[in-house]
Design a protein. Structure first.
Ligand SMILES: *Cc1c(COP(=O)(O)O)cnc(C)c1O
Length: 407
């Protein structure tokens, strides 16, 4: 392992770099706003009252700690490592996204900003943002590509029911990438009274750090729970990687446990050869270092640096870049990254449903797919921890279309 203890603890550096990844690539007008955000965030994280309020809402509203479930039938079926599931699917709104949305919304309140803007792809982060904005009495505006609005109607309705305004984005491919561009544009224009509530471990510094800290509760809880339940640290932790927030939230607590292997699973879509995927790390011809949405990381791009269109069966993994800390963890060989295809995720989706009575989000099913491949290669006394980032109710329409006739 190349990593030195020093670089592992001091990340990101003062300029927001994880090694050569991260930083701040934004228009001049946003720099004071990011400075203000960075200062407010570090003050908040040192303020017992803020942390106490956050912890209290996590316990009484989000439903934390989420349980750790031993997947006994899945483990038995695979005949190798014993598998534990961290149940973020049981958090309010059905996924880990509320951890970050709650932290940022409380920070917005502390900064005296009542107007929230957010971006959303499938609508999960939009729903989490609209939820906490309703809880805290904030005015929430969610940018969403018109293509996504058409295919994610139930979440659009949820956001409106929660009192948020959903703003259709008609530029570019009219999906997540374009929604982020519009949310940033709004923030630049209205920076005085507006807080940009970003949904993953992405964007300009301090967002990747801030999102990691708000999500790190996942790993902090799970590390203690798995020690209690199994009497040992896991041999391997597995999580799916879209922007990378649920994965970094799990990995962070284990970063100094050298014996614990950290595995991120990207969306392999129809396979690398097809070009229809969102595997930023696994496709060396399209995935290269580059800048997207204010941060330097691995980006799927063509020879001219044009951002590629991506594909995944799971909307939450369908993004051309990845959080900069993951690019760094990979370069340091502290974490390893693999992929699961649409087909493998669909199989895992059904396997977990039948063997454990848990219908996972299609995103989370990518992590389960890796567990299905890896567990049989591990000894029976070994321990695998899988982050179940969300529940699958939102994906039923997609799965019904795919499995038509089979069920
Ligand atoms: C959004 C989402 C993801 C992907 O986002 P990350 O930032 O990579 O965690 C994964 N799982 C679920 C359930 C999601 O809603």
């Amino acid at each position: 392992m190349k990593r030195s203890a020093e670089t592992a603890t001091a990340t990101p550096d003062a300029r927001g770099y994880f090694g050569e990844y991260g930083g701040r690539f934004v228009p001049e007008t946003l720099v004071p706003a990011l400075d203000e955000l960075e200062a407010a965030f570090s003050e908040a994280m040192a303020d017992e009252e803020f942390l106490g309020r956050f912890a209290q809402l996590q316990a009484t509203y989000t439903g934390r700690p989420t349980p750790l479930t031993y997947a006994s039938r899945l483990s038995e079926h695979l005949g190798g490592a014993r598998i534990w599931l961290k149940r973020e699917d049981l958090a309010h709104t059905g996924a880990h996204k509320i951890n970050n949305a709650m932290g940022q919304a409380l920070l917005a309140q502390r900064m005296g900003k009542r107007r929230i803007v957010a971006e959303t792809g499938a609508g999960q982060h939009g729903v989490a943002s609209a939820t906490v904005a309703a809880l805290l009495g904030q005015d929430c505006h969610v940018y969403m590509g018109s293509v996504d609005i058409a295919r994610q109607q139930p979440n659009v309705f949820r956001m409106r029911l929660l009192g948020a305004e959903v703003i259709p984005v008609e530029s570019g491919s009219r999906t997540l990438k374009d929604a982020i561009n519009e949310a940033i544009r709004d923030w630049v224009t209205n920076v005085r009274d507006t807080f940009y509530l970003l949904g993953s471990a992405l964007g300009p510094h301090p967002y990747p750090l801030m999102v990691r800290e708000f999500q790190s509760v996942i790993g902090l809880e799970a590390r203690e729970q798995v020690l209690d339940a199994s009497g040992q640290l896991p041999d391997v932790c597995v999580a799916c990687v879209g922007g990378g927030s649920n994965a970094i939230g799990l990995f962070h607590a284990f970063r100094n446990d050298e014996s614990v292997d950290l595995i991120g699973v990207e969306a392999g879509g129809h396979g690398i050869a097809s070009g229809a995927h969102a595997a930023r790390f696994a496709d060396p011809s399209l995935g290269r270092p580059g800048v997207l949405h204010g941060t330097r990381s691995f980006v799927l791009q063509n020879q001219d640096g044009q951002i590629m269109n991506t594909h995944s069966i799971s909307a939450g993994l369908d993004y051309a870049s990845v959080g900069p800390e993951h690019a760094w963890l990979r370069a340091e060989e502290r974490a390893h990254y693999t992929l699961a295809t649409d087909e493998e995720a669909l199989t895992a989706f059904q396997t977990l449903s039948r063997l454990e009575g848990i219908i996972p989000a299609l995103e989370s099913a990518h992590a389960v797919a890796e567990a299905i491949k890896r567990a049989p290669t591990m000894p029976r006394d070994s321990v695998m921890l899988v982050n179940l980032s969300g529940r699958g109710d939102k994906d039923l329409d997609t799965v019904i279309q795919q499995l038509e006739g089979e069920l």
